[in-house]
Design a protein around this ligand. Structure first.
Ligand code: GLN
Length: 544
């Protein structure tokens, strides 16, 4: 049976619980254990798919087409274990399921209640498909004390009891703030937070204490005394220079051996962390640097482009260069060539990422034109591919009012709404006026690449599988016009109906993809498109 590790957070949010979970899983994996990480989100949305990136950061899409919390991206990047729909559940999804059952009559006669119905559903989710695992790490979103998280804490309490001592532990991540005026680290918030958790029946086994200064032995002892844990189970967590140094840092502080000890497992030999040391070495000792301009919409909040940011870093790791990302608001550009040049001239490569809605679209189209005309490497992802096609149609195909139906009715729908396509389980159909939640083309789809294309050379293959999240597609009715303008359709869906990749063979590096390659990139296995894009940026940096 798999062992459970429950992870909660206290005092404040944004303590890096997700990174802690991902790092711990990576450390256990390096010791030869099979792991999976799950996220419980206490909010009432069924999934984050309909939330604004400003509210929730990026929506991370899994192979099986789930729209999930961005922490699942960390989990996958750190462990290489592909996340699934069953790894992320929200209160909304649990209530949706329970209410559907209630209406069907499944509970006939019973009063449906938080305990046991909601807590049973939470426990079932934690235990689902875990037979082949050694450890399941379950991270609870939010902060202990929130009303929304109560059923989740209660489910942990019950589950710890059911599976018995030695089969489940709990880790609480807290903050030990530094009060400058007193020149001291303060343990009281941690004490209060642990008391709050204990009052709900969950005694943490390990405490992870985020702090900006090293935690003196005296403070560690104080936390242990007041919070009822061994001193060795108080793990200090200082800020790291890079997120990829976090597993090494936690290992140095004894997190993985302490977790094993809490399960009564005597740690065997040291884990093999050489791949993490190699990544950190490449990040800290780069042999050059490049600047990539990302022309987007949600540039004020980097969490909105979490996976993209990481994939660019991975491309840097692969090429041993530092990647400086210039986040540029596409709206700055509308109709102002001098503004465009001022922002984009310092960039060795330009990327237009995924987006929804018309705002900023003209600025993105102008950025495509700038990259094409100046022969600067261009990477268009999803919306960025669609804008590359609109630019090609307008500027080289003579279709001045080329547009996307996403922006409203148009006579020249170079990008159009899809209502039918071949899904993983047969034909998928949508109504133009249907629900917005969970109805895009989502998850992994195969594409067939042209044998002589640049992308086939980059992938080293002509069949690929990548993750999608979009409602509109480049309209193949315009394929001839676009190809006459030099934009080659080098990747198509296997049935030949949906464009997956376009590229310009006459340009140093110009690729647009309808999918999201950033979701599959890992620090120890950088995505080939990002490796190649950064390589092109390095070449560009030598020209200027
Ligand atoms: N808004 C576009 C669509 O739905 C692009 C989506 C995206 O970039 N992820 O097709």
């Amino acid at each position: 049976m798999a062992r459970f590790i429950f992870i909660t957070g206290g005092v404040v949010s944004s303590l890096g619980k997700g990174l802690m979970a991902a790092s711990l899983a990576a450390l256990l994996q390096a010791r030869g254990y099979r792991v999976r990480i799950r996220k419980f989100d206490p909010y009432l949305n069924v999934d984050p798919g309909t939330m604004s990136p400003y509210q929730h950061g990026e929506v991370y899409v899994t192979d099986d087409g789930a729209e999930t919390d961005l922490d699942l991206g960390h989990y996958e990047r750190f462990t290489g274990v592909a996340a699934r729909q069953s790894d992320n559940v929200t209160s909304g999804r649990i209530y949706q399921q329970i209410i559907q059952r209630e209406r069907r009559g499944d509970y006939l006669g019973a009063t449906v209640q938080v305990i046991p119905h909601v807590t049973d559903a939470i426990k079932a989710f934690a235990k689902d498909e875990t037979d082949d695992l050694d450890f399941v790490l379950c991270e609870i979103g939010g902060t202990v004390g929130d009303i929304e998280s109560l059923p989740f804490i209660e489910a942990i309490r019950q589950l710890k009891n059911e599976v018995g001592r030695g089969n489940a532990i709990s880790i609480h991540v807290t903050l030990v703030p530094f009060i400058a005026a007193a020149g001291e680290l303060k343990t009281k918030p941690t004490q209060h937070s642990v008391r709050e958790l204990a009052a709900l029946g969950v005694q943490p086994d390990v405490l992870v204490c985020r702090c900006e200064h090293p935690l003196p032995a005296s403070e560690r002892a104080k936390i242990a005394l007041f919070c009822n844990v061994p001193e060795s189970a108080v793990i200090p967590a200082l800020d790291a220079k890079s997120i990829y140094a976090v597993p090494l840092q936690y290992h140095a502080e004894g997190l993985d051996s302490e977790v094993l000890r809490a399960f009564g497992i005597v740690p065997s030999s040291a884990p093999d962390l050489s791949r993490w040391s190699e990544i950190v070495d490449r990040l800290t000792n780069p042999e050059g640097e490049v600047t990539v301009g990302v022309v987007g919409k949600y540039v004020g909040l980097q969490d909105a482009y979490k996976s993209l940011n990481e994939a660019l870093v991975h491309g840097g790791i692969a090429n041993r260069v530092k990647v400086n990302i210039r986040w540029i608001d596409a709206e700055l550009f509308e109709g102002d060539d001098a503004e465009i040049a001022a922002h984009l001239e310092p960039c060795h490569a330009i990327l237009v990422p995924g987006a929804f809605g018309e705002r900023g679209a003209e600025g993105k189209i102008a950025s495509v034109r700038f990259a094409r005309e100046r022969e600067i490497p261009y990477f268009g992802i999803c919306f960025g591919m669609q804008m590359a096609c609109i630019e090609g149609a307008r500027d080289l195909g003579g279709i001045a009012n080329a547009s996307s139906t996403e922006f409203g009715p148009t006579d020249e729908p170079v990008v159009g709404l899809i209502t039918e396509w071949m899904g993983r389980d047969g034909l998928e159909k949508r109504e133009a006026s249907g629900d917005l939640g969970g109805t895009m083309r989502l998850g992994a789809y195969e594409a067939t690449l042209g044998g002589n294309s640049r992308v086939a050379a980059i992938y080293g293959d002509t069949t690929i599988s990548e993750r999608h999240r979009h409602r509109w597609e480049v309209n193949t009715a315009y394929r001839d016009v676009l190809e006459k303008g030099g934009l080659v359709f080098s990747g198509m869906s296997p049935d030949g109906t949906l464009p997956e990749i376009v590229e310009r063979p006459d340009h140093p590096w110009f690729v647009g993809v309808q999918f999201h390659p950033e979701l599959k990139s890992k620090p120890f296995d950088p995505h080939p498109l990002f490796t190649s894009f950064i390589e092109a940026a390095v070449r560009q940096s030598r020209l200027v």
